[in-house]
Design a protein around this ligand. Sequence first.
Ligand code: SAH
Length: 258
Amino acid sequence: MDPLKLINNNGIVHIVGAGPGDPDLLTVRALRLIQQADVIVYDRLIGPEILDYARPDSRKIFVGKKKDAHAVPQTGINALLVREAQLGRTVVRLKGGDPFIFGRGGEELEYLQRAGIRTTVVPGITAATGCAAASGIPLTHRDHAGAVTFVTGHAAAGNDGPDWTALAQSRQTLVFYMAVSTAGVTADRLIKNGLDPATPAAIIENGTLPSQRTVTGSLSELEAMIRNNGITGPALAVIGSVAALADARPLTREAIAV
Ligand code: SAH
């Protein structure tokens, strides 16, 4: 018998953004799909309350990765998604923030498409916009910044990173993801390329969650801000004059009781 006959074509994978942590920041579509899923394959940064929306009988598979310590390697995740979909299941691949922003959503989508699996993508509120709202930092502002750039902190370590001369221009906002371990190098590179060391900077840890902390200072203090406050992440660094507008009080759901 042709082994392909065993494949059930009703299977589908939804690559879903879960937002930055606060479950209220899920999209309606994300919530609906989480409630319907047979299988939920989720990462480490999924807000703890979000899985409570799933069907009690759904299978919840943790494939989270911490920096340098992958719980399940990417190839294993890809194979798992294909296998579950081929069994005819509705699979939600749940990722923190937005799946297409530093989330490997693009790689998973390509793999699933090559395997002939029906796949949809549901955007999520990315950490930058979630944390900005929850700390009162407008990422663009007519008096401060006409552009915003999302950068991976890992880029600071290698040589094939971003164009530092472009990033060091003023009147724009930079948001560094995975910023904690490379903050010192990042600040050095920006300053060497001409960005004023006094440029305001903010670090937001656990943004939108009850444990959110926002620390502000200047670019030259970036590494010290992390060290002195014991920031271990997940955290973002926002660099640019808008960072000075940060509200020290978190504007999270709990803090403002909406
Ligand atoms: N796809 C995700 C990003 C994944 S990369 C998104 O769109 O948000 C993981 C990085 O995101 C973390 O190292 C951290 O820099 C950032 N991050 C995710 N959630 C965060 C949160 N609640 N607060 C601060 N930073 C967060």
